[in-house]
Design a protein around this ligand. Structure first.
Ligand code: NAP
Length: 496
């Protein structure tokens, strides 16, 4: 039997993180890597989410890499199709296709300590890698509530991230379950097409007006011709976002003006006091993701819409029944119910030095890492958008870029010092998490009076970075070898 192929670096996932990582490796002269992509196209979440109205909910200026800015966004908040087109352009412009192995699914893997490599299992057979970079993104696997009787429903059912474009919504009686970031984007389109739309709302979100408009030819031309302008504007928009962040993690009184804006938006858009009452959030702004829309509230005021706040009891062949016994007749159910957390399938299938997964015997959703990127017991494994690298106030791309720089520096350090393996020490990982948990205590996510996917079942923040994006960039500005066990090529890992 021939030995499996061995690659110096394997990136898993060809979304924003994986493609950005690949570009920065190439720019550092590192070309001996492959990207495993389980689909047949790049794009990750922007490939998967095609629901009507899908758009970026952070300003587009912040939604391209700083090393590959996009002056061409057509709107302040660009539609998903433009983001996907940007990613396809990156593949073309940086000649990434030759590195991508499409339809390649990472099924599992284990660290081989004596050989100093990851032994991976893919649908195309075994593959060895010295370094593995998980770039699969945190929101992949749809979360569909287990509603009694759902199997007996005779209509059409789908989740927002698996939109059924073959199912014509025109004239249908549609149930939408969920009122999160995805749902508020597709609800206006569903309402326009439906005969009747019943929205099942468990929690009323904060919805603020969206300062959206077409960017205009002149602005685009300026940004194309004067690239520094792009960086300047990015800096300005990012500074505004960071100011909002202070309200989330320093002093919640700073959120009061935005809460007033949210209440005014609701008052202006929803004249009916009964409906307005249902839509009034009962927690601090920012505790869950703050949403922006100029069309969501308005859609809910239309005659063909009912907003139901009763809990769902069960599903019948052609109806959803709520706890008060009311039968809501529907022929289509659209779940806007978010994603399983954590749902990083690649990382959960890898066994470290002790034969355990990153979760070990801890409960699901209690994953910890050093700077959200590396795991004690898992040499040469890096995770982009790992635990506590999400944001409630700014563009995730800022965090992704910080992580990419950190991982690139780690690989460069390994090569410069002739290291076969690097493994973060347990103490450094503990310190990193103590810092995160200490700074999480007074945040709106823990104190704002809501339940959100940012926290695990024990109320611990496992998702968000509780400080500014600058502080994260500072901490990841270089690969901190003093926090790592360093193993020269052809030696065993020193444990500590
Ligand atoms: P989400 O924010 O988790 O929202 C899920 C919604 O479903 C919530 O309203 C939730 O209610 C409701 N829900 C869940 N289970 C339910 C049940 N059993 N019965 C009734 N309602 C139920 O999911 P999402 O909207 O898909 O967004 C997920 C994340 O994706 C966002 O936080 C954001 O990070 C990202 N996203 C980003 C963009 C972008 O433009 N960048 C766009 C969309 C999404 P509760 O509030 O009561 O839990």
């Amino acid at each position: 039997m021939t030995d499996p192929e061995t690659l110096p670096v394997v990136i898993v996932g060809a979304g924003f993180s994986g493609l950005g990582m690949a570009i920065r490796l190439k720019q550092a002269g590192i070309h001996d890597f492959a990207i495993l992509e389980r689909a047949s196209r790049v794009g990750g979440t922007w490939r998967e989410n095609t629901y009507p109205g899908c758009a970026c909910d952070v300003p587009s200026l912040l939604y391209s890499f700083s090393f590959a800015p996009n002056p061409n966004w057509s709107r302040i908040y660009s539609p998903a199709s433009e983001i996907q087109a940007y990613l396809l352009r990156l593949v073309r412009n940086y000649d990434l296709e030759r590195h991508i192995r499409f339809d390649s699914d990472l099924r599992g893997g284990r660290w081989n300590d004596s050989r100093g490599c990851w032994e991976l299992a893919t649908n195309h057979g075994p593959l060895n890698a010295t370094v593995v970079i998980s770039a699969t993104g945190p929101l992949i696997e749809p979360s569909i509530p287990t509603l009694p009787g759902l199997d007996s429903f005779t209509g059409t059912v789908f989740h927002s991230s698996r939109w059924n474009h073959d199912h014509n919504l025109k004239g249908r009686q549609i149930a939408v379950i969920g009122t999160g970031a995805s749902a508020i984007q597709f609800i206006p389109a569903v309402q326009r097409r439906a005969k009747h739309m019943t929205l099942f709302q468990r929690t009323a979100p904060w919805v603020l007006p969206k300062l959206d408009r077409s960017t205009g030819l002149l602005q685009r031309e300026f940004l194309r011709r004067v690239p520094p302008l792009n960086h300047l504007l990015r800096g300005g928009v990012s500074a505004v976002a960071e100011t909002y962040g202070l309200g989330l993690y320093v002093d919640q009184r700073l959120l009061l003006p935005m809460e007033a804006l949210g209440r005014r938006h609701l008052r202006r858009e929803v004249p009916d006091p009964e409906l307005r009452h249902k839509l009034q959030p009962n927690f601090r702004l920012g505790c869950k993701r703050t949403l922006f829309s100029n069309t969501y509230y308005r859609a809910l005021t239309r005659a063909n819409v009912s907003v139901v706040t009763e809990t769902i009891r069960e599903v019948h062949a052609n109806a959803i029944v709520t706890q008060d016994g009311t039968e809501h007749e529907v022929d289509t159910i659209v779940f806007g119910t978010g994603f399983k957390i954590p749902s990083g399938p690649a990382i959960e299938r890898l066994l470290g030095r002790d034969g355990q997964t990153v979760l070990g015997n801890r409960a699901s959703a209690d994953i910890e890492a050093h700077l959200g990127t590396t795991f004690a017991g898992f040499p040469n494994l890096f995770m982009i958008v790992g635990p506590n690298t999400g944001l409630g106030h700014n563009s995730l791309l800022h965090m992704i870029e910080s992580q990419i720089a950190y991982v690139r520096d780690a690989i460069k350090t390994m090569r410069a010092l002739d290291l076969g393996a690097v493994e973060v020490s347990r103490e450094a990982q503990r310190r990193s998490n103590r810092y995160i948990q200490r700074h999480s205590q007074n945040t709106v996510w823990l104190r704002g009076g809501c339940e959100s996917w940012y926290l695990n079942a024990d109320g611990k923040n496992t998702s968000l970075w509780p400080r500014s994006t600058f502080s994260y960039r500072w901490r990841t500005r270089r690969f901190d070898t003093d926090n790592y066990h360093l193993r020269p090529v052809s030696a065993r890992v020193q444990r500590g």
